[in-house]
Design a protein around this ligand. Sequence first.
Ligand code: PMP
Length: 378
Amino acid sequence: SHKLCMIPGPIEFHEDVLQAMATPATSHVSPTFIPALGESIELLRQILFTSGQPFIIAGSGTLGWDMTACNLIEAGENVLVCNSGYFGDRFGECLETYGANVTHVRVPIGDAPQLEAVSAALQGKKFKAITITHVDTSTGVLADIKSIAEIVRKESPETLIVVDGVCSVGSEEIRMDAWGIDVVITASQKALGAPPGLCVLGVSERAIGIFKARKTPVANYYANWNRWLPIMNAYEARKPSYFATPAVQNVFALHVSLKQIVAQGVEKRFVLHKEASAKVKKVVHDLGLKLVPTGLDHAANGMSAVYYPEGVAGTDLLPKLAAHGIVAAGGLHTEIASKYFRIGHMGISVTEPQRGHIDATLNALKSSLAECGYKVPQ
Ligand code: PMP
């Protein structure tokens, strides 16, 4: 039978989302598909709190890095990467692929980006863009993007503010326009509640303007916004259009999920994710386990990264969890990979508590730890 996929993405999705995938072959310019993509673009504006331009493109979150890097950065330009783990390293690599001159502001494992360090880096150089991993999925660290954006807007107003929201959109508060964020990158398979397969972006009007004013050509064919802007505009105007075939069934699925998110209320979902996270973290703490994030004030609300207790190995715990019907994830941050595990608590597992996903996961964790011979400290 189906084990619950409680990893930090792909996450469990709704039966109606599953049904939307099981549709017969449909033309990407058909009257059933055009409004599904068109309305998804509109719904994303509500979810990201932006008046800017959403993009929904076949691919994954990684394509969002490419799209940001190839369209907004010209070779030789400086980019500041707020690095709180594995995904900061990877985003930096992607930026360098397009000739960016990348400076990393790093933190010890489990810490969040420090405002003073960002501020100091901004004094040293002029940066075309700053990137912030909102939730680094390798550490479960939540960055304070609102405060970082405030500093950048004040100290270096021309610097574009790019948020990797792959593991945060839909579970953490993000207000693009109000906080002055230029790009939010995400993907379909996490808190947006759909299967993997789509790259999702929100881009501010300012960033689109800077893109249009670039001096050198975009060194990428598929990811070039010049090709996708007319397509997104056409679908939003409910007109057929073609550059590269959209992932029809994935878009149907995303559309169903986005409608559910907006119907429930984006703000309500921020609260529900906070509550579910607090519950998970309290149980983890009461079990005597330690989180990878060094403080609860910068721990993500859609996932938890937890060190194995002394005497328990991941090679034992994860299969035991699976035997209890729960799929959790191992470590990802190379320096500590074998020392911790990760649980996702996003989407319907959180917004529909009657499903019992979180309780089932926590109960399985308790049983599995006991089966590993672990005794809860008194
Ligand atoms: N950024 C973050 C923070 C992520 O968690 C991930 C995926 N786990 C990515 C980027 C890359 O996304 P994808 O795997 O969908 O390409």
